[in-house]
Design a protein around this ligand. Structure first.
Ligand SMILES: Nc1nc2c(ncn2[C@@H]2O[C@H](COP(=O)(O)OP(=O)(O)O)[C@@H](O)[C@H]2O)c(=O)[nH]1
Ligand SMILES: [Mg+2]
Length: 332
């Protein structure tokens, strides 16, 4: 099928066209550029939720329960699962995916798994492109599941308007392992598996950690401006059972409250700016690195500089400056 038919198919809500385009943007950054050029003005309707938490905390089960609720509201849902590349966990995650697919071989749900490797220009760039495809496909809500380790996953959360972190009752290990960076961007803490003993204690622990963190932020970073009344979201904490769906009505309300807060405070515009900044930064980085590699491979001036550095008439820093000049002006 030719490119334009795929785009037309996507915009008409054809799932196979969507899947084909996702594969293209994952594997080929030049095609990704072409795809995004063609669909960008058709994006901007979907609301993006980010879900993170340790492996086994119940993210996939949670997303399945949330999706059921959203389908009942006649929403069209896109789900992106980011799998760590480790071959050790690959099998388990594949199992996850199959389970989710089995639960949701229904209309109006599109599930996409992305492997955490091989994406030219980075995983978060590819994820952002897949989000746009799901958006143009007509999804109202897009849910991203990641284990939240590593920088690229933190970057992915720039794409999400509302970020939920899942924790489970029991030892406080998971709280310690929440990276500072993730804690700062969490909008709703979810204590999943509330049917297990210790859920209330976990809520109290999170509350305590949050108070400390907010106090620290207030004393050290925030000036009056950012702590102005109404312009500050205090993360909410909720208990749920993803197996039974208990408390998911409350959870949906919390998500809605955060969404309303973003709109009413005007912070939605700041979120969009950060998202654009984060994704363009990655595209620029990738393109520049590619240019540098091409220059280093091809330009014959490089060999001449190399000889100069070798015979000590030039030092490596000066050579680097000359390469940057070449990059700015290839004819210099
Ligand atoms: N008791 C209980 N088990 C749950 C709940 N949510 C998920 N689980 C179980 O926790 C395990 C891991 O869930 P999964 O969704 O695969 O976690 P993920 O690795 O974070 O995606 C599975 O055996 C689920 O059935 C819950 O609310 N209560
Ligand atoms: Mg999972």
């Amino acid at each position: 099928m030719d490119f334009q038919s795929l785009i037309d198919g996507l915009l008409k809500g054809d799932a196979r066209s969507a899947a084909r385009l996702m594969t293209l943007v994952e594997n080929d950054i030049e095609l990704a550029e072409k795809v995004i050029n063609s669909i960008y003005d058709k994006t901007g309707n979907a609301y993006v939720l980010g879900i993170t938490g340790a492996p086994g905390s119940g993210k996939s089960t949670f997303i399945a329960a949330l999706t059921k609720k959203l389908i009942a509201l006649r929403k069209k849902i896109g789900i992106i699962c980011i799998d760590p590349s480790s071959p050790l966990t690959g099998g388990a995650l594949l199992g996850d995916r199959i389970r989710m697919k089995e639960s949701f071989s229904v209309k109006n749900v599109f599930i996409r798994s992305m492997a955490n490797r091989g994406q030219l220009g980075g995983l978060s760039r590819a994820t952002e492109d897949v989000i746009k495809i799901l958006d143009a496909y007509g999804c109202d809500i897009i849910i991203i599941e990641t284990v939240g380790v590593g920088q690229s996953e933190v970057d992915i959360f720039h794409s999400a308007a509302t970020v939920l972190v899942l924790l489970v009752p029991g030892l406080g290990d998971d709280i310690q392992t929440i990276k500072a960076g993730i804690m700062e961007i969490t909008d709703i803490f979810v204590v999943n598996k509330m049917d297990l003993p210790g859920a209330d204690r976990k809520v109290a622990e999170i509350q305590q950690m949050l108070e400390l963190n907010l106090k620290y932020r207030y004393e050290n970073h925030d000036n009056q401006k950012s702590s102005e009344k109404g312009n500050h979201w205090i993360p909410e904490i909720l208990k749920v059972n993803s197996l039974t769906g208990e408390n998911f009505d409350e959870l949906m309300k919390a998500i809605e409250r955060h969404r309303n807060f973003l709109n009413q405070s005007g912070l939605i515009s700041k979120y969009l700016e950060n998202r654009i900044k984060s994704e363009t930064r990655q595209i620029v980085k990738y393109k520049l690195i590619k240019k540098i590699e091409e220059l280093l491979e091809k330009d014959d001036k490089i060999d001449a500089y190399m000889r100069e550095v070798k015979n000590k008439s030039l030092d490596p820093y000066s050579m680097a400056n000359k390469i940057i000049k070449l990059l700015e002006n290839p004819k210099s």
